[in-house]
Write a protein that binds this ligand. Structure first.
Ligand SMILES: [Zn+2]
Ligand SMILES: [Zn+2]
Length: 100
């Protein structure tokens, strides 16, 4: 447990993963310190359905197999199996999408 950490609202998650309707499939970290935890499906608009959440809590409860230290700024982790992730750099298009 990480009950002693400060619960910063430094991440957003789509409502599917917040409600546990779907697993987190994508974790991205932009250069401005904002984490995103998304189900990876395209059937929602980020602006309307994203909720502010605590990144540390999301990693602990929703993203087994990966830690914040493994995702540098400007990178994205894509889930391959339950606990296996691949990390790569965000493309320019993806960065623009996140900022928009
Ligand atoms: Zn927390
Ligand atoms: Zn979703």
């Amino acid at each position: 447990m990480t009950a002693d950490h400060k619960h910063d609202k430094n991440a957003i998650a789509c409502n599917h993963v917040v409600r546990r309707k779907r697993p987190v499939m994508i974790v991205s970290y932009d250069g401005d310190g904002l984490w995103q935890f998304m189900c990876g499906k395209a059937d929602h608009t980020k602006a309307k359905q994203a909720k502010k959440v605590c990144a540390a809590c999301m990693f602990e409860t929703h993203a087994p197999g990966i830690t914040p230290e493994e995702i540098p700024a400007g990178h994205i982790a894509e889930r391959q199996t339950k606990t296996s992730w691949t990390v790569r750099a965000l493309t320019d298009a993806e960065k623009n999408e996140i900022e928009g």
